[in-house]
Design a protein around this ligand. Structure first.
Ligand code: NAI
Length: 246
């Protein structure tokens, strides 16, 4: 087991990639706390996740709310005694082309996808610094590497995550904290299911493997980066995209 007795927080863990990552981490022996917005959805997810292991808890928090973020970190430590891994997975899209984008769409996407990652990481890193070890993994996106039509708010956030990852890796390496990002390509989750079929088919054709990714593909990469097998990997943005960005 790659992650035996490690405690991981996974934001946005009720659905999609976050949920698949919770399953993978439980199978690898980790203690997992999922953080998400809705208490009922969390309870439902936790009940289902108990099929894989009893070492699963949930906590309702909006990652943009500093107080709740801090309480969520305390909660994980109270439940399992340490905090070893933070997966900043929660993210949203609100697409519009530049000429039509509302200020509110800009603010909301930047708030959740960028500020949320900052708040969670700062709060977690303070604890990890004390224990002189930790792993922080951020959800970027391939669009953060090459841009995307109608997604300037989302692209700004994901490019920002790549920059923060490299900066935090520099700042936190001295405390034995590794920081990396994963840039998924197209992965079949609710986020992608909302997109027009035409776009989804186009992305499939662009992939060198002629495939849309599965949440498990990203979960497996998170498990590798979180584990001791990746002990010498920090400050990197790993594309997991079926060759969308060769
Ligand atoms: P999803 O939409 O299926 O799930 C996101 C989860 O985050 C939901 O459970 C949602 O309730 C939660 N969430 C949203 N705002 C939150 C907040 N303020 N506080 C706490 N939780 C919040 O998303 P999916 O597709 O699983 O994506 C996960 C991450 O991967 C996101 O950061 C996304 O940008 C990124 N990503 C996804 C890709 C894809 O093709 N699905 C491609 C590239 C990146």
């Amino acid at each position: 087991m790659k992650l035996l007795n490690k405690t991981a927080i996974i934001t946005g863990g009720c659905k999609g990639i976050g949920y698949a990552t919770a399953i993978k981490f439980l199978k690898e022996g980790a203690n997992v706390v999922i953080i998400d917005l809705d208490q009922e959805e969390i309870e439902h997810a936790v009940t289902n996740l108990r099929e894989y292991s009893e070492r699963i808890e949930g906590f309702a928090a909006d990652v943009t709310d500093k107080k709740r973020v801090e309480t969520s970190i305390q909660f994980a430590i109270e439940q399992f005694g340490s905090l070893d891994i933070l997966i900043n997975n929660a993210g949203i899209v609100q697409d519009a082309q530049l000429l039509k984008m509302e200020e509110d769409q800009w603010d909301k996407v930047i708030d959740v996808n960028l500020k949320g990652v900052f708040l969670m990481t700062q709060s977690a890193a303070l604890r990890m610094k004390e224990q002189k070890s930790g792993v922080i993994l951020n959800a970027s996106s391939v669009v953060g590497l090459y841009g995307n039509f109608g997604q300037s708010n989302y692209v700004a956030a994901k490019s920002g995550i790549n920059g923060m990852t490299k900066t935090w890796a520099r700042e936190l390496g001295r405390y034995n904290i590794r920081v990396n990002s994963i840039a998924p390509g197209f992965v079949l989750t609710d986020m992608v299911k909302k997109m027009p079929e035409k776009v989804v088919n186009m992305m499939k054709e662009k992939s060198l493997l002629n495939e849309i990714g599965k949440p498990e593909d990203i979960a497996n990469a998170y498990a590798f980066l979180a584990s001791e097998e990746a002990r010498f990997v920090t400050g990197t943005v790993l594309s997991v995209d079926g060759g969308l960005t060769p």
